[in-house]
Write a protein that binds this ligand. Structure first.
Ligand code: PMP
Ligand code: GLU
Length: 397
């Protein structure tokens, strides 16, 4: 019998990935499932990025790369941080990885010791919690409900800090809620963090360009905490490059060199061709993303309008990313046929079986009253999905 490690036995499978796998399996069985489960743009990578990749192959960029990324890519990332975020980083503060997911794992592995507490404001992105657990850290969840637009405040943060707190991890714009922290709200968190020298904050800003109403604000802009903020970003979301696998950090150089060391043992530098293509992406003017962001904004309206017509569903108005995270707790206790809904898990399975729409349960994101809808799909698909959701929910009584 194979004896798996305790570490891996206690790790949950990623719920986003599990749900998209499940819907792929159902589709393979001939079921007409609509998947709004995976957070992935339905656009293709722009041609100028694909051309850079083709050129890289023709120029024989086919060998091992420097572990933290090519020098000219890291220089381009420094220019991007300056241009878009007003942040000053030098190339020795940048580490390029195989997706932002690996960037986060590197930072957690580099900083968290057994028993260290890591504050994770909920709703949170699924993988934060499991990455912290694998590193031996203790996740400390602070909940921010729909009534506070799913954002924590300084008082909540302050109350969660103990002498064992080593880190905080959050995202803005947020996956799964689409909430965006304003500069004042970030300053309020910074006012607390500045008093605790030991705490490093991972600010995951991978959705920065998918912001409908304001300028993106980075936590590292505050000089008094800059050294203790790790800014995470990548090309997956803005540039529709999820399959290319490239993310990066801007961090204090001691953190960057620790991540470099971890990566040198675990994976080495990410794909050479992806890195050459990423130079074209990070050097490009983000104004070219305007049409994509507009498309996401009108899809948000479509989904919100449809949700508002369903009795018992309560949704906030997300300002960014491409998710809505409605509260569906009013359906708990209701049934239809052999289905009884006692949780967001039950509801997402019911919607999959009965409505043939795959969504992700809020339980995976630390909020058991909600479900996540990814609206990175065409308006036609979204209209059909919302019709199915409405119909399936109307059967519950
Ligand atoms: N952070 C957040 C908040 C995300 O939603 C995702 C989604 N994939 C990631 C990080 C990881 O991105 P990547 O594809 O670059 O690994
Ligand atoms: N980040 C996306 C999501 O939340 C992609 C899936 C994943 O990497 O977990 O759906």
């Amino acid at each position: 019998m194979i004896q798996l490690s305790e570490r891996i036995k206690s790790m949950e499978e990623s719920a986003t990935i599990a749900m998209s796998r499940k819907s792929r399996e159902l589709k393979a069985q001939g079921k007409d499932v609509i998947s709004l489960s995976l957070g992935e743009p339905d656009f293709f990578t722009p041609d100028f990025i694909k051309d850079a990749a083709k050129k890289a192959l023709d120029e024989n960029y086919t060998m091992y790369t420097p572990v933290p990324g090519y020098d000219d890519l890291r220089a381009a990332i420094c220019r991007k941080f300056k241009r878009d975020n007003g942040l000053n980083y030098t190339p020795d503060q940048i580490v390029v990885s195989t997706g932002a997911k690996q960037s986060i794992a590197n930072v957690v592995m580099s900083l968290v010791d057994e028993g260290d507490e890591v504050i994770i404001p909920a709703p949170y992105w699924v993988s934060y919690y499991e990455i912290v657990k694998v590193a031996g850290g203790v996740p400390v969840v602070i909940s921010a409900g729909i009534d506070q637009d799913f954002k924590i405040n300084g008082k909540q943060l302050s109350e969660a800090i103990t002498p064992k707190t080593k880190m905080m991890i959050f995202s803005t714009p947020c996956n799964p809620t689409g909430s965006v922290y304003t500069k004042d709200e970030l300053r309020e968190l910074a006012d607390v963090l500045v008093k605790h020298e030991r705490i490093v904050t991972i600010s995951d800003e991978i959705y920065e360009h998918i912001n409908f109403s304001s300028k993106h604000e980075s936590l590292a802009q505050f000089e008094d905490i800059y050294d203790r903020v790790v800014t995470i970003n990548g090309v997956s979301k803005a540039w529709a490059m999820t399959g290319w696998r490239l993310g990066y950090i801007g961090a204090h150089k001691d953190i960057a060199s620790a991540c470099n060391k971890v990566q040198g043992q675990f994976t080495s530098g990410t794909c050479s061709i992806t890195q050459r293509a990423a130079i074209a992406a990070v050097d490009a003017d983000p104004a070219v993303l305007k049409d994509m962001v507009k498309a996401f904004e009108s899809r948000r309206e479509l989904v919100l309008n449809a949700l508002n017509e369903i009795p018992g569903v309560k949704a906030n108005r997300p300002q960014g990313a491409f998710y809505v995270f409605p509260d569906i707790s009013s359906f708990f206790g209701k049934s239809y046929g052999s289905y009884t809904i006692n949780s967001a898990n039950d509801l997402s399975l019911y919607l999959l079986d009965e409505g043939l729409v795959a969504l992700v349960t809020g339980e995976a994101f630390g909020d058991p009253n909600c479900i996540r809808i990814s609206y990175a799909a065409s308006e036609e698909v979204l209209n059909e999905a919302m019709k199915r959701i409405k119909e399936a929910l109307s059967k519950l009584s």
